[in-house]
Design a protein around this ligand. Structure first.
Ligand SMILES: [Zn+2]
Length: 112
């Protein structure tokens, strides 16, 4: 079993996506890989439901908590799927990936 080293980031400091993915791998990687992609995805969707409740009925603290949990499960899924989240995020680095503009000038609203 690989032993992943947690990222030493002070709790009040900003954490970039690469550090976050490394941290999630260190904290939960072995357990999540043991669960498998399908069951991990099921947990991710459960967390999305909790985020939905926090968005529409929760406090600001609830929202922050649920965004963190959804991001954690997303990082775990990415790790199992062999996707580097920081690299994936670069898809949006130079503007909308479809029209190339910032802000997006596409007819269809929303990301991607
Ligand atoms: Zn666009």
């Amino acid at each position: 079993m690989p032993v992943w080293r947690a990222v030493a980031v002070p709790s009040q400091a900003a954490m970039d996506l690469a550090d976050f993915q490394t941290q999630m791998r260190a904290l939960y990687g072995d357990r999540d890989r043991g669960r498998g992609l399908a069951r991990t995805f099921a947990w991710f969707t459960e967390e999305c439901g909790e985020l939905s409740r926090a968005l529409f009925r929760g406090t600001p603290a609830d929202r922050e908590h649920e965004f963190a949990d959804v991001l954690a499960w997303l990082a775990s899924l990415a790790d199992q799927a062999g996707v580097d989240l920081a690299r994936a995020a670069r898809r949006y680095a130079d503007g909308c990936p479809r029209c190339g503009s910032a802000p997006c000038a596409c007819d269809r609203p929303g990301a991607g």
